[in-house]
Write a protein that binds this ligand. Structure first.
Ligand code: NOJ
Length: 516
């Protein structure tokens, strides 16, 4: 386990819309480099950079054309190397985004694979053995190549699935076992890509759709796990300081497979959704635990989370996120105060937390935008960072029509500049919480988590982390709970009063208390 993860706080940067240094309307690597001090000022000591590889951008870069080359619009490989170096000088680590499950259909491997003549890459992707063969349980692209066969896609139609083999083989004519030399060659190619960027100075990878490698396997995905354990062994041997964090959302399995941390994502009916994004399907009414109408049920979240936490303790982490580039920003449903309490909670939980760019100022989800580069309903979460009140909120000098996406045009759009001087702003609140976390081991990735007060459909929720108690009352009503601690407040949002035998929390409050 890389030691630095114990006290890591990540900032996710969507390179397209973070900072445009050359006035072409799109963010770039030099822009990111010029904002490293800002990232540091938040208390973040690590960055997850969404894909920066050469790509036709049918899925915003998750369709990789060349794994070894930075996309021109972001700069050059040398710019990226420089970013790694400068970040390291400032004590910041950088994870790149690794896309192991699929490539762009313009990737050189695929261009060879689709040729009628057999070649070294024929089995790099998954092809049926004739165009008339397309079993309905798979997503195939049919009849568009010289090669007589249909190819399987992993996500959008432009993203053919790489071939790591099949666990249960139902069509032996074209489904290979994971042990087949051509499937093993895909694994080796993946490891070579990792080595290339690690040698250049990156600190590891966020791994896209990490569970999607071997096909036809359910549940615990044993063959996919074998591949990741093999990758992890390589890292432990050759790059012991490198971290891999999975997009899997099944920490028991992902950590068992060798990931250092697994993301807790916004999935149907899961604990993360219950915390921050649950709503009534018919009426749209907020039912999230952190909603001020107080309709959530903390016990449903805890059922899932404490079980996962127990199973992974000491082996790997669960990563809470404020949001990511695939998820509606919390402010889509929450007011700034609701979001402030929710974000603070994220940084007070165990595991390695992630702050999505712009959440620290309460940037909004922008409704009604045309889809950009395969964003569709995700596009409103990916708009330009709002630095100040200058042109394009300081994101870019370009004319508005050249911008990758429009900026938030509302008159009260939050900006970094407007929040800097307000001690109660979301920005300064998050800075405070992260600073306290970073100074106190009990509040960091490995610190314990113990439920003190959690009752069905009831607020507040109180938990203990070593010498600290954290009490949250996101609801807009005063709430009380039995309380038997002597403590002093370290950080609060709203008002709370810890008296003998009872804790009273005013509406929409959060308290971090130190036990005396
Ligand atoms: C998950 C990524 O986060 C998302 O943005 C992308 O579209 C898909 N995987 C496909 O790579």
């Amino acid at each position: 386990m890389p030691n630095w993860l114990k006290n890591a706080v990540f900032y996710e940067i969507y390179p397209q819309t973070f900072y445009d240094s050359n006035g072409d309307g799109i963010g770039d690597i030099q822009g990111i480099e010029s904002k490293l001090d800002y990232v540091k000022s938040l208390g973040c000591n690590a960055i997850w950079l969404n894909p920066i590889y050469d790509s036709p951008f049918m899925d915003a870069g998750y369709d990789v054309r060349n794994y070894y080359k930075v996309a021109e619009r972001y700069g050059t490989n040398d710019d990226l190397k420089h970013l790694f170096e400068t970040a390291h000088e400032k004590g910041i680590r950088i994870l790149l985004d690794l896309v192991p499950g699929h490539t762009s259909d313009q990737n050189e491997w695929f261009l060879n694979s689709k040729k009628a003549e057999k070649n070294q890459y024929s089995n790099r992707y998954i092809w049926t053995d004739s165009v008339w063969e397309a079993p309905p349980q798979y997503k195939f692209i049919c009849g568009v190549t010289d090669r007589d066969g249909n190819y399987l896609v992993n996500f959008f139609s432009s993203q053919p699935a790489l071939n790591y083999g099949f666990n249960n083989i139902s069509h032996p004519a074209w489904q290979l076992p994971p042990t087949h030399p051509d499937c093993q060659a895909t694994v080796e190619a993946l490891k070579d890509i990792m080595r290339f960027w690690l040698d250049m100075g990156c600190d590891g990878f966020r791994v896209d759709m990490a569970d999607s490698l071997v096909k036809n396997e359910d549940g615990e995905k044993p063959e996919t796990c074998k591949i990741w354990r093999n990758v992890r062994e390589m890292l432990d041997r050759e790059y012991p300081e490198a971290a891999i964090i999975s997009e899997w959302c099944n920490p028991k399995v992902a950590i068992g497979a060798g990931f250092h941390s697994d993301f807790y994502l916004d999935h149907d009916n899961n604990g993360y959704r219950l915390l921050f994004r649950e709503k009534d399907r018919q009426t749209g009414e907020c039912q999230a635990i952190f909603g001020k109408n107080g309709k959530g049920d903390i016990t449903r979240f805890l059922e899932e989370y404490t079980d996962d936490l127990k199973a992974t303790k000491g082996k790997g982490y669960i990563s809470f996120i404020t949001c990511n580039h695939d998820t509606p920003r919390m402010t889509k449903m929450f007011t700034p105060l609701e979001a402030k309490i929710a974000y603070s909670f994220v940084f007070l939980m165990p595991g390695v937390p992630f702050l999505y760019y712009g959440d620290e100022i309460g940037m909004r989800f922008i409704d009604g935008l045309n889809s950009k580069e395969g964003g569709y309903s995700r596009t409103g979460t990916r708009t330009p960072m709002q630095w100040d009140d200058s042109k394009n909120h300081g994101f870019s000098d370009a004319d508005e029509e050249l911008l990758y996406l429009p900026v938030d045009h509302s008159a009260d759009a939050p900006t970094v500049a407007s929040q800097e001087s307000d001690p109660a702003s979301i920005l300064n609140t998050i800075r405070k919480v992260i600073a306290i976390r970073k100074e106190n081991e009990d509040l960091q990735s490995d610190g314990d988590f113990e439920v003190v007060y959690a009752k069905k459909n009831t607020y507040p929720f109180i938990f203990k982390r070593g010498q600290f108690l954290i009490a949250v009352n996101p609801s807009d009503k005063e709430q009380t709970a039995p309380f038997d601690f002597e403590c002093e407040p370290v950080f609060t949002i709203g008002k709370i009063c810890a008296a003998k035998k009872e804790l009273t929390m005013l509406p929409q409050s959060l308290g971090l208390l130190k036990i005396k």
